[in-house]
Design a protein around this ligand. Structure first.
Ligand SMILES: [Zn+2]
Length: 418
């Protein structure tokens, strides 16, 4: 059976490296130069450009990566300086703390306060300071200010992880910072491009934050987004039947139409695990366990039934995916890799212990097994709708929307009329 879990590698967020320094080149007697007393943005921008030009020239010579703007961090520093009556008294510890509070993905920060009697020499002073910093920075922020009759600059070199969002992950992979929707703590996430099924787990509270699958187009999506409201061609007729009859017909149609096929069948691509949208599985008339489980759950939901896709372990098969359904208070495990429909659809008490789900999902939510459920008197696997055991992952504000074609109903084939 397909092995489709790839556990994402979590980087424990490395202790943020702070480097602080402050230098004083003297006191400016009269404010005369271009920087004089201003906190206006155009001057801030041109000063930053000036510094970045010098710093990047040095960094290029040293074969270090050049530094870019980090606008959110720049704005944060400007607000900090503006809020301070005497910026020269701003402690760098205080600055680091404030920056980390707003940007938990900040991995390395280096800052300095520079003063110079001649404002035109501020930029070279910032560049001299930057030369002592290491290669691991990718952004520069500078805030020039007037402090009484002095001119000064708060400069910061930084390297921070971007917030996790699916669009960015799909675009280039890499490292991100994610806020755990359960405990609210931040942690770093590294997405390996070869990973297909990603189960993101918080290293602090150890709960699952998100389940992502990779579609046939290579795009990572949230598991619920693979349920695309697919319906059987005779769905309207199905809806007039009693629920048990609907279940029987849809289950039989999926088993009879689709045969089991490995993702890498013929392609030799080995460990690549792809999740198909329901219409794709139907059109191919084949799929592996999660493909057919997704198709069946989606078609059952369209037929007015309460169904979920399960991913977890089967005691005989190993890693596996299947479908669970609930009708009138009775739950059933639906194995979707069978060649023929079973003679009877047993209640979950008969075979449920063999199917140990770790995650369930429907069109809206991923439900994850609560840690305390495993020590419950009754097996959590026998009640896939128990809200105390199967907890919906709260919506994470960092996870982006569903996108593109999969949501387009016109993109889906329906079952041809018999
Ligand atoms: Zn957590």
């Amino acid at each position: 059976m397909t092995r489709f879990f790839t556990w994402v590698a979590f980087l424990a967020l490395p202790g943020t490296l702070y480097i602080a320094s402050s230098g004083s080149g003297g006191v400016l007697e009269s404010a005369t130069a271009a920087l004089s007393g201003t906190r206006s943005i155009p001057d801030q921008v041109s000063f930053r450009r000036l510094c970045a030009g010098r710093i990047n020239k040095q960094r290029t010579e040293q074969r270090f990566p050049i530094v870019h703007d980090d606008e959110p961090l720049q704005e944060k520093l400007e607000r900090l300086v503006v809020a301070t009556k005497k910026p020269s008294l701003l402690g760098l510890d205080e600055v680091f703390k404030a920056v980390q509070a707003d940007f938990p993905g900040a991995r390395q920060l280096s800052a300095t306060l520079v003063y110079h009697p001649n404002p035109a020499s501020l930029a070279p002073s910032v560049a001299d300071w930057a030369q002592t910093a290491g290669p691991d920075f990718d952004s520069l922020s500078t805030v020039v200010f007037r402090d009484g009759y002095r001119q000064g600059c708060l400069a910061m070199l930084s390297s921070r992880l971007p917030d996790f969002d699916l669009d960015a992950a799909n675009e280039k992979g890499g490292e991100f910072i994610q806020r755990c929707p359960h405990c609210g703590r931040h942690h770093a996430v590294k997405l390996a491009r070869r990973s297909r099924t990603l189960i993101l787990r918080c290293p602090d509270c150890e709960k699952v934050c998100e389940v992502l699958g990779s579609g046939t187009d290579g795009v990572l999506r949230r598991a619920p987004d693979f349920l695309t409201s697919y319906q059987m061609a005779d769905n309207a007729a199905l809806l007039r039947l009693p629920p048990a009859e609907r279940l029987k017909r849809v289950y039989a149609a999926v088993l009879e139409h689709c045969h089991y096929a490995h993702d890498d069948n013929g392609s030799g691509s080995g460990n690549l695990e792809i999740w198909k949208a329901p219409a794709e599985t139907w059109l191919d008339a084949s799929g592996d366990c999660e493909d057919t489980a997704i198709l069946l759950a989606d078609a059952l939901i369209s037929a007015g039934l309460d169904a979920r896709v399960a991913i977890g372990w089967n005691l005989q098969i190993g890693q596996h995916s299947w479908c669970v359904v609930r009708i009138g208070g009775v739950q059933h495990v639906l194995e979707t890799t069978l060649e023929d429909p079973p003679a009877t659809i047993d209640p979950i008490a008969v075979n449920g212990e063999e199917y140990r789900a770790e995650q369930l999902f429907d069109r809206k939510h991923v439900y994850t097994l609560a840690p305390e459920a495993k020590s419950a008197g009754m097996s959590p696997y026998l009640d896939c709708w128990n809200p105390a055991w199967w907890q919906a992952i709260p919506d994470s504000p960092l996870i982006t929307k569903r996108e593109r074609g999969l949501d387009d109903p016109a993109a889906f084939a329906t079952m041809p009329a018999p």
